[in-house]
Design a protein around this ligand. Sequence first.
Ligand code: AP5
Length: 215
Amino acid sequence: MRIVLLGPPGAGKGTQAKLLTGRLGVPQVSTGDILRQAVANGTQLGREAKSFMDRGALVPDEVVIGIIEERLRKPDCAQGYILDGFPRTLPQAEALSRVLASLHASVDGVLSVEVPEEDLVERLAGRRVCRGCGNMYHVDTNPPLQAGRCNTCDGALYQRDDDKEETIRHRLRVYRDQTQPLVAYYDKMGLLTRIDGRGTIEEISQRVHRALRQR
Ligand code: AP5
């Protein structure tokens, strides 16, 4: 299954993608994670991407399209994947169609996870991520058992540089201007299902499964 998860920052795309990979046995492909890894490794890609990411802007299309093209050709993507955070612009969506066509494949479904803006700010400002295994927590709604440490691997938890309130608000504007038009784009193609992203993680996961069963 080749699924695209659309939705604003903090909608829960990463959270739901991780649950889906467990259930469907296909990898999560997150351009945000790939870029953050490049930043952490200090590669040329990371140095180039960091200034865009820190201010909540999108990394240029040609850079991200190159990353995704290489990633989707890897053997673990042969049976499908969950695209989390890509595409984010019309040129990226068109590039995805071209890459898939060259692989004789297509997108099976696009889920747009929808959450009111004030909830998004609260979710992101409270998010903490494990440096070791990438598990996600929230200081109020999903705190770790021991402050600052991951329940699974005991790794240190950190706050993403772009999860400061001012940067979050900018990321939300960028989403409205550049990514939201993709909702109509995929709707026109008959691929879109809207998911109410309010409620518990488990409730949303059930909605996601219902939507995928109907595809
Ligand atoms: P990226 O890493 O993709 O960030 P994002 O899209 O802003 O999304 P987030 O990871 O912030 O949110 P999410 O929807 O995954 O929510 P999550 O599950 O984590 O991109 C970062 C940057 O990289 C971009 O700004 C850009 O610079 C660059 N980039 C990446 N892709 C790009 C592309 N294609 N083109 C150009 N540039 C690109 O959940 C958030 C929080 O909420 C967590 O704390 C979680 O525990 C909590 N939570 C989740 N579900 C619930 C729930 N149901 N109830 C309560 N809390 C919940």
